[in-house]
Design a protein around this ligand. Sequence first.
Ligand code: ZN
Length: 153
Amino acid sequence: MLNIVVNPNQILRKKAEKIKDPLSSDVQKLIPEMIETMLVKDGIGLAAPQIGKSIRIVVIHHKDRDLVMINPKIVRKSLIKEWDEEGCLSVPEVFGDVKRCKKITVKYIDESGKEQILSGEGLLARVIQHEVDHLDGVLFIDKAKNLRRIENE
Ligand SMILES: [Zn+2]
């Protein structure tokens, strides 16, 4: 399992680099490690800067599927926004309410190197926006209202 980088850390604040070759052995080796780390940590999404790599890869667990998004770009956003609670593996035990677009469309390269386009709403749209923010050095606590600390028992 990979180690999770915890806030504050400069790597979480850098703009991550685009992946030039999604099929390179480094990328192909990293993807299953990121998925495993996300699942073991009970996360629903993980961005590469969170495991100490400043590159544009995110993994998302949605409806029993693991989505891999390389160089994701949000190409459409709904005007309607909604508030909901968020947390982050890199900001342990802290939760807050974040306003996000209700629906989005994202373009990305999948793990087999194919270009994909996906529309999502609700939780899926929220997770994608949260993870893409990580690639731009943005954390949910920058946007959240009503931040609160919840200690694990
Ligand atoms: Zn996060």
